[in-house]
Design a protein around this ligand. Structure first.
Ligand SMILES: [Zn+2]
Length: 368
C-alpha cells in the first residue's frame, strides 16, 4: 500500500486500512467532520446551553443533584464541571480511581470539585481483580486495554444516576477537540461478554467483585429510567488553550501533557503501547480535530507529530516500571507480555448486540 496523508488534516493510512481519500486528497474523517460540523457544533450557542441548563434545574428541583458527570481529570470533563459550576448546577462527579491516576490528575480533580462545590464519588475497583482483568487484555495482545476502565465508569454512572434519581448526564464529548476519532478497536465498551471472554482465556483470578456493564443492562436501564445526555462543550466556542487557562484561574488546574495523559495506563497506551505494537498514533486524530476546528494549523500539527510520543524516555521507563509493579510482576515479565503478537478484538468472542452499537468508539466514552 502506498503511504498517503490527508491534504487537509493529518490523518494517514499508516495504521488505518479503513481511511479513504477523495480526488482532492481529503480523507473521509475530515470530510465527515466538516459535513456534520454545523449539525453538531454551535460555537455561538451559549443561549441554547443556558436554556438547557434552566430546564435541567426545573426538572431536577426535587432532587439533591441536577446532573452527574464522569470525570477523568482530563481537560474536557473538567471544563464541563467548571461550566456547570458557573451556571449554578448541583453536580455529582464520578471518578474511577484505579490507582493509576497521575499526581497532577489527583490534584486537579480534588481542586476542581472543591472550587465547583461538586460532590465527588470515587469508585475504587477491587485492585487485585481489576489488575488481573487489565493484564488479561495485554496478554491477549489487544489494543483496547482501557476498555475495562471505560466499562466500569459507564456502570458506575448508571448506578449513581439511578441511586439519586438524577435525570441528566453531562458529558465532555465534544466536536471541537474530538471531531476526528480514528476507527479503533471496533468494540463497544459496554460489551461485558467480550471482556469476560478475554478474561476467561487470559486471567488468573476471579473478577466477581468488579461491577461491569453489559449492553443489555445499559439499554434496559435507559428504557425504564431515561437519562438525558447533554454535551455542553458543543454549545460554546470550545478552545483548548483558553479552557486550560480558565481552569487554571478557577482552581489552579495544572497541565498534564497530552490528551489522556492524566492516567498512567492511558498515557502508556498512547505514548508507547499503541504506536509500538499497533503502529497507531492517536495524536493524529487529536491534532486533526484541532486543525478542523481551526485551533491549529496543519503545519503546526505536522511539527507536533515529529516530536516523540512520550514526554521523555525517563517518564516512559518510570511508567513501565509502575505498571509492572501494579501487575505484581518484574519489569522483564511485563516486557515479555508486551511482545505477544498483536490481535484484533474481533479475534475474541463479542456480544451479538455489538451491531446495535455501530458508533461506539473507545476512548470517547469517559475521557474528557
Ligand atoms: Zn483529512
Amino acid at each position: 500500500m502506498v503511504y498517503q496523508r490527508c491534504a487537509r488534516c493529518v490523518m494517514d493510512n499508516a495504521s488505518d486500512p479503513t481511511i479513504e481519500f477523495d480526488e482532492r486528497g481529503y480523507c473521509n474523517y475530515c470530510n465527515n467532520a466538516v459535513a456534520y460540523r454545523n449539525k453538531k457544533y454551535f460555537p455561538d450557542g451559549i443561549d441554547r446551553l443556558r436554556a438547557i441548563v434552566e430546564q435541567i434545574k426545573v426538572d431536577s428541583k426535587e432532587n439533591e443533584f441536577d446532573c452527574t458527570i464522569g470525570i477523568s481529570g482530563g481537560l474536557d470533563s473538567s471544563y464541563v464541571l467548571y461550566l456547570g459550576a458557573k451556571m449554578g448546577l448541583r453536580m455529582l462527579a464520578v471518578h474511577i480511581d484505579d490507582g493509576l491516576d497521575t499526581g497532577v490528575a489527583k490534584r486537579n480533580i480534588a481542586g476542581l470539585c472543591d472550587a465547583a462545590h461538586a460532590e465527588i464519588q470515587y469508585i475504587h475497583p477491587d485492585k487485585e481483580q481489576y489488575a488481573d482483568l487489565l493484564l488479561s487484555f495485554f496478554k491477549a495482545g489487544l489494543s483496547g486495554v482501557a476498555l475495562p476502565q471505560d466499562n466500569i465508569l459507564i456502570r458506575a454512572l448508571r448506578e449513581c444516576t439511578n441511586e439519586y434519581g438524577i435525570k441528566y448526564l453531562l458529558s465532555g464529548s465534544n466536536f471541537a477537540l474530538e471531531a476526528i476519532l480514528e476507527h479503533s478497536a471496533g468494540v463497544s465498551a459496554k460489551d461485558k461478554r467480550h471482556i469476560k471472554a478475554i478474561h476467561n482465556q487470559f486471567g488468573s483470578k476471579p473478577i466477581d467483585k468488579l461491577n461491569l456493564e453489559s449492553i443489555v443492562g445499559f439499554y434496559m436501564s435507559r428504557l425504564f429510567s431515561p437519562v438525558k445526555t447533554i454535551l455542553p462543550l458543543n454549545y460554546i466556542d470550545y478552545n483548548k488553550d483558553r479552557a486550560f487557562q480558565e481552569l487554571a484561574d478557577f482552581c489552579g488546574f495544572e497541565y498534564y501533557g497530552g490528551k489522556h495523559h492524566e492516567n498512567v495506563l492511558t498515557r502508556f497506551m498512547q505514548g508507547y503501547y499503541l504506536p509500538v505494537k499497533f503502529g497507531m498514533d492517536k495524536r493524529k486524530s487529536h491534532l486533526s480535530s484541532l486543525v478542523i476546528s481551526g485551533q491549529l494549523s496543519r503545519e503546526d500539527a505536522l511539527a507536533e507529530l515529529e516530536k516523540p510520543t512520550y514526554e521523555s524516555p525517563e517518564l516512559q521507563n518510570a511508567d513501565m516500571n509502575l505498571l509492572a509493579e501494579y501487575f505484581g510482576m518484574t519489569r522483564q515479565e511485563f516486557d515479555r507480555i508486551l511482545e505477544v503478537p498483536a490481535k484484533q478484538h474481533s479475534d475474541y468472542r463479542m456480544s451479538v448486540l455489538e451491531k446495535i452499537e455501530p458508533c461506539t468508539r473507545m476512548f470517547k466514552i469517559r475521557k474528557g
